[in-house]
Design a protein around this ligand. Sequence first.
Ligand code: TXD
Length: 329
Amino acid sequence: SDPSIVCSFPRVSIIGAGRVGSTLAQRIAEKNLADVVLLDIVPGMPQGLALDLMESRGIELHNRRIIGTNDYIDTAGSEIVVITAGLPRKPGMTRDDLLIINAKIVVEAAKNAIAHSPNAIFIVVTNPLDVMTYLVGQATGLTRPNQQGFVAKHRVMGMAGVLDSARFETFIALELGVLPADVKAMVLGSHGDLMVPLPRYANVNGVPITELLDAPTIERLVQRTRNGGAEIVELMQTGGAFFAPASAVSVMVESILLNQSRLLPVAAYLQGEYGLNDIVIGVPCRLGCGGIESVLELNLTNEEKAALRVSAQSVGLNIDRAQEILTAA
Ligand code: TXD
């Protein structure tokens, strides 16, 4: 064949080939979105997963390549880097208990990844999500002004809101007995007990849920959403959710690679939006080929604004804690 013909397909590297990472690799490949590099510190494990996924290609009818590796060299030239490396929650653990362990893992992963993919868009999944996303912004330098004074904050984001919204949508759909895809909802704020579900924006094909459900029922569904991750950890005992989290990340990857400009709740680095500065928190963003195209500032009620502020304060405290630990180490 003519060696001058070089066909390249987008490449997504996933750092951490655990349950979320490997399921995400499967989703991305089977949707034909990109070639996938799965990286983990455990020798042989990502290679085995990649081979297993490659062997399913004929049956699943796609030809995306999946590479498993322990070396960041193989991630070179990625359009998107997804960071899922770290420990998941054990029963009784809060997401913040993971802070100390995961901060070091995530910072190291981010530095290694950007060294080989200087133009990549970063999607962080590791918990505590908002804090880890902030640290990735710092470690990659994407949330700091470059020599020209430009801040590339649109290239770093965290996944939480798409999952939290999907959980809220699921519980609404189950309550009403309607098709889950017909339910739309938006959950803002930090990924944790202080998340900010917005019932007045939730609807079934345009019909507000406030016309379909009474206030106590909505409140019950909101509480189940807040507790959505813990509910699964309590049931599974040995780890957390990964099917829906992987689906949620794949939707973000798709919106970026296909330049769909979908309006999704995304953990973004804010500089003044919603009156919040130098913090990462979940807000509605348009996701396209450049990453975060814009942050939409909703007209929140005073109560909703207060909830977002409380959520941001808790993220801020944990960012400070993480930074103390990282500088002391
Ligand atoms: O909504 C969300 N953002 C989340 C977040 C939804 C689900 C899971 N969420 C968090 O993602 C969870 O609390 C964890 O912090 C991460 C990954 O969850 P997962 O369930 O995939 O955990 P696993 O199966 O334990 O996988 C983690 C992998 C595992 O294979 C480790 O060997 C690897 O991370 N790991 C590393 N890879 C590369 N480099 C380093 N340093 C490293 N350390 C661990």
